[in-house]
Design a protein around this ligand. Structure first.
Ligand SMILES: [Zn+2]
Length: 316
């Protein structure tokens, strides 16, 4: 698609956060006086998703540190971010490949190289040591925030307990590669590590920054890095009662460039009747497989054959 959404947020200035205290550029750790959780917060896994990076840069600029444990703040795909051009803002998602599809051990340990694999190998020790991971993203389309949990009950419960307005989305990841939040022990059913992915809203919508700040601070409080009363002023939004989780059951994958939705879906729509046409794809119809089917993250932004255009889910 040629059109893009307006860029209403300024790109964060990351030059001053290049040099860090971890020895890896753009990766900063801040420790509390007392022992506590080992938390990793990541932003810019996709180079054009500003909201999480703005929140992390604000914490660093404020000299913030946790009361307990260690919090690592990582700007991930900085090489892609540095290519950002407001005239072509969709083009800086990655350099060579999607940073959030390279997290299989075989890929990380293998011989193949790319800008993203090289950076993932740099960041891997920080992911390995984290007891808690919050990966901050945003979305192509204007859409209410989502917390993506994977399928393990402990992550779903952790996400619901944050009491944000975000819709919790239970999904099993992507066929075309492993996400960071599904890496290693984060997907171990016997383990205790927590990993969530926030989709904070549209990439360049200021509300996505508010959602990123709120979710990040709630995540840190719930993980035990600080008390709620110690949160920076203005970061927490009012408590919300989140809707019941949506379990993703299907992905609609485009077969052609002639894929069209039947309505202007923004995500969160509940389609009452099974068999309702929600899209056409080169003349074929795409229908809902069951009653009360929820549409999750519809987007034609990256349309090409083989790309997921919408996920379908049931409310738990
Ligand atoms: Zn993303």
């Amino acid at each position: 698609m040629s059109g893009h959404h307006p860029v209403h947020t300024l790109a964060p200035n990351l030059a001053r956060w290049s040099t860090s205290n971890t020895g890896v550029d753009h990766v900063h750790e801040r420790s509390g006086a007392a022992p506590g959780p080992e938390i990793l917060v990541t932003a810019l896994v996709h180079g054009n998703e500003f909201s999480g990076a703005i929140a992390l840069a604000e914490l660093l600029a404020a000299g913030w540190r946790p009361a307990r444990g260690r919090v690592t703040l990582a700007f991930c795909n900085v090489a892609a971010f540095e290519r950002f051009d407001a005239a072509r803002p969709d083009d800086s998602r990655f350099v060579d490949e999607d940073f959030n599809r390279v997290w299989a051990s075989e890929a990380l340990d293998g011989p193949r190289r790319s800008a993203e694999l090289d950076r993932a190998r740099q960041l891997r020790p920080f992911v390995d040591r984290a007891t808690h991971l919050l990966d901050l993203h945003s979305m192509h389309e204007p859409c209410a925030p989502l917390l993506v949990t994977g399928t393990l009950a402990r992550n779903i419960a952790f996400a619901q307990a944050l009491r944000t307005a975000s819709q919790v989305v239970v999904d099993s990841g992507h066929a075309d590669g492993v996400r960071m939040r599904d890496y290693g022990e984060f997907s171990d059913a016997q383990g205790g590590r927590i990993a969530l992915l926030l989709e904070a809203g549209q990439h360049w919508d200021p509300r996505a920054v508010s959602a990123a700040r709120d979710t990040l601070m709630r995540f840190l409080v719930q993980a035990g890095a600080l008390a709620r009363s110690e949160a920076p002023m203005g970061w927490l939004l009012p408590d919300r009662e989140p809707p019941a989780p949506v379990v993703v059951t299907d992905r609609v994958v485009a077969a052609s460039m002639d894929f069209r939705f039947s309505g202007s879906y923004a995500g969160g729509e509940v389609i009452a009747r099974a068999g309702t046409v929600i899209a056409t794809d080169a003349g074929r119809t795409v229908t809902t497989p069951y009653d009360d089917c929820v549409l999750v993250m519809p987007s034609l932004r990256q349309l090409r054959p083989g790309v997921t255009t919408v996920r379908l889910g049931r409310r738990a």
